[in-house]
Ligand binder design. Structure first.
Ligand code: BES
Ligand code: ZN
Length: 477
C-alpha cells in the first residue's frame, strides 16, 4: 500500500498554518505591483524584492534576471526582474518548472471596489478580497507555501523545482521570450515538464486542468488632427473631429452579438471536429455560473456548449477604451485633438498574429478613407501571441488529475480557456516540454475586475494541490 503519511503531515501543517498563509498573501497584496502603469513601476520592483526575501528564507537559490528597459509614453523605464529560482538538484528526481507573475492589474477604489483593493479583507464566507489575490499572487505564493510546509513538516520535497516568476505578464511579458530562448540550454536545461497556476476553475465547485488558451493581438488605433485640444463651442462644426472619426471606426469592428467584421480574421479558425464536439459533453458548466460571474444575464448564447466554444475556440474582439478622450464626470466641452482606441482580438489555433495585423491595418485604412476626413490615422499592434493547446494525456496531466482526486475527492474537468498567457507556447516550443495549467481560484474570482477575490478554501486546498501534484509527478515513470 502507498505510504500516505508524508502527504498527511504536509496537509496537517498547511491546515494548521492557514492564518500564516493568509497573512503572507495580505503582505503581497499590499504592494500595488501594477505593471501597466509607469507610475507604479517601483512597486513592481518592490514586489520582486519581497519574493527574493522569501526565496532567501526558504533556501531557494535565485538569479534576478535583468531584461533591460522599455519606452512608455516617451519615457525609458527599467523592466522588472525575471526571478529564476532553483530548489533542489537531485539527479534522481524529476525537475518541474513553475511559472507565475507577480505583477497585477490596476485597481482604484473609485472603480467600484467595496474595500481598499490593496488591503486584503476577508468576509464571513472566507472570500479574501484584494487585487492580485487570485491573479496571480495567491498561486505563486502557493508554490512557496508548499515548499515551506514540506520543510516545517519534515517531509522530503519530491522533485527539483525551477521557479520562473515575472513582473510584466499583464503588460505583454516584455523580455521574457528572449530570456527563455537564451536560457533554454542553461537554466531551463533539466526541466521535465512545466506547470502554471494562473487561471481559474470553470465554475465555483469543481477543479479543472487546462490544456489550451487563446492568443491575443492588441491594437491601438489613433486619429489625430488639430494641433491642440479645442473648445467645441468655438471650433465645433468647423473642423474634422478625431473623436467622431474614431467612434465610427470602432463601430465597424464587431457587431453587438460578437461577430468580427474585419475581412480575413475568421478565415483561418480551426474546424470544429466531431471529436472536439464530444469533449464538451462531459464538462460541468451551467449558465447560472456564468450569470454569477458576470453579475447579469447579458450572455449572447443561451446554451452552455456554444458559450464555452465562444470562449475557448472562436476568436473574439473587445474594445477596451479610448486614450485621450474626456472621461471624467461632469460636462466638459472639449474637442480632443488626438484619441486612440484600444481593442484586442483573442486568437485561436491556426490564427497568425502577423496576418491578423495585416487584416486589421488594411481594413481600418480602407474604412477611414471612406470617411473623407482630413485627420490622420495610425494603426499599431502593441503585442501579439498565438493560441496554445497541449496534450492532456501526458503524464504531467495524469499526475495533476490524481492530485485533484486526492485533495478534492473528484475528477477534474479538462478545460481550455479564453484568456492568454503567451509564455505557455514559448515554454512548449522552446523547451519542447509538456505544459499544464493547474488553477487555484474559481471562475467567479473576478480577475482584472473589481472586488477580485480568492476563497480561503481555494487558497489553502490549492497549496495542498500544488504540493500533491509534485508528489504525483515524482511517482510517474
Ligand atoms: N491569468 C490571466 C490569464 C487567464 C485569463 C487565464 C483567463 C485563463 C483565463 C493572465 O494574467 C492575463 O490576464 N493575461 C493577459 C495576457 C495579455 C496581457 C497578453 C490577458 O489574457 O489579457
Ligand atoms: Zn494572471
Amino acid at each position: 500500500m502507498a505510504n500516505t503519511a508524508p502527504l498527511e503531515s504536509f496537509f496537517n501543517y498547511v491546515d494548521q498554518n492557514q492564518d500564516h498563509y493568509v497573512a503572507r498573501l495580505r503582505e503581497a497584496v499590499a504592494i500595488p505591483s501594477v505593471s501597466a502603469d509607469a507610475g507604479h513601476r517601483e512597486e513592481v520592483f518592490r514586489m520582486g524584492n519581497w519574493l527574493i526575501e522569501l526565496f532567501k528564507q526558504l533556501g531557494i537559490s535565485y538569479e534576478a534576471a535583468d531584461v533591460g528597459t522599455h519606452v512608455v509614453d516617451g519615457k525609458t523605464l527599467k523592466l522588472p526582474p525575471i526571478l529564476l529560482g532553483t530548489y533542489g538538484n537531485d539527479p534522481n528526481k524529476k525537475t518541474i518548472l513553475v511559472y507565475g507573475h507577480y505583477d497585477v492589474q490596476p485597481a482604484l477604489i473609485e472603480d467600484g471596489w467595496s474595500s481598499d483593493p490593496w488591503k486584503l479583507t476577508e468576509d464571513s464566507t472566507g472570500r479574501l478580497v484584494g487585487r492580485g489575490s487570485s491573479d496571480d499572487k495567491g498561486p505563486i505564493i502557493g508554490w512557496l507555501n508548499a515548499i515551506e510546509a514540506h520543510q516545517k513538516a519534515g517531509v522530503e520535497f519530491p522533485v527539483n523545482l525551477k521557479i520562473c516568476f515575472e513582473g510584466m505578464e499583464e503588460n505583454g511579458s516584455e523580455g521574457l521570450d528572449d530570456l527563455i530562448l537564451r536560457e533554454a540550454n542553461r537554466y531551463f536545461k533539466d526541466v521535465d515538464a512545466v506547470c502554471i497556476s494562473d487561471n481559474y476553475w470553470l465554475g465555483v465547485t469543481k477543479p479543472c486542468l487546462t490544456y489550451g488558451l487563446r492568443g491575443i493581438s492588441y491594437f491601438k488605433v489613433s486619429v489625430s488632427g488639430p494641433g491642440r485640444d479645442l473648445h467645441s463651442g468655438v471650433f465645433g462644426g468647423t473642423v474634422y473631429e478625431p473623436m467622431t472619426d474614431l467612434v465610427i471606426l470602432l463601430s465597424k469592428l464587431v457587431t453587438t452579438d460578437g461577430k468580427i467584421l474585419i475581412p480575413g480574421v475568421n478565415d483561418d479558425v480551426a474546424e470544429l471536429t466531431d471529436e472536439e464536439q464530444e469533449t464538451y459533453k462531459s464538462i460541468e458548466f451551467k449558465l447560472h455560473e456564468l450569470h454569477s460571474a458576470i453579475e447579469s444575464q447579458t450572455n449572447i448564447f443561451d446554451n452552455e456548449t456554444r458559450t464555452l466554444q465562444a470562449r475557448w475556440r472562436y476568436p473574439s474582439l473587445s474594445i477596451h477604451g479610448v486614450e485621450g478622450a474626456f472621461s471624467a464626470s461632469g460636462a466638459k466641452t472639449v474637442l480632443p485633438c488626438k484619441v486612440s482606441g484600444k481593442f484586442s482580438i483573442r486568437l485561436v489555433p491556426n490564427m497568425d498574429p502577423d496576418k491578423i495585423t495585416a487584416y486589421v491595418e488594411k481594413y481600418l485604412k480602407e474604412e477611414f478613407a471612406k470617411l473623407g476626413s482630413k485627420n490622420k490615422l495610425h494603426v499599431e499592434c502593441l503585442h501579439g501571441a498565438k493560441a496554445w493547446v497541449a496534450s492532456p494525456n501526458h503524464w504531467n496531466f495524469v499526475a495533476a488529475a490524481k492530485a485533484v482526486e486526492k485533495v478534492f475527492n473528484c475528477k477534474p474537468d479538462m478545460t481550455r480557456e479564453g484568456g492568454s498567457i503567451p509564455v505557455t507556447l514559448t515554454f512548449q516550443d522552446a523547451l519542447n516540454k509538456n505544459v499544464l495549467l493547474l488553477p487555484m481560484g474559481r471562475g467567479d474570482d473576478g480577475a482584472h475586475s473589481t472586488n477580485e477575490k480568492l476563497d480561503r478554501f481555494n487558497y489553502i486546498q490549492g497549496i495542498k494541490l500544488l504540493g500533491t501534484y509534485l508528489h504525483e509527478v515524482a511517482k510517474t515513470t
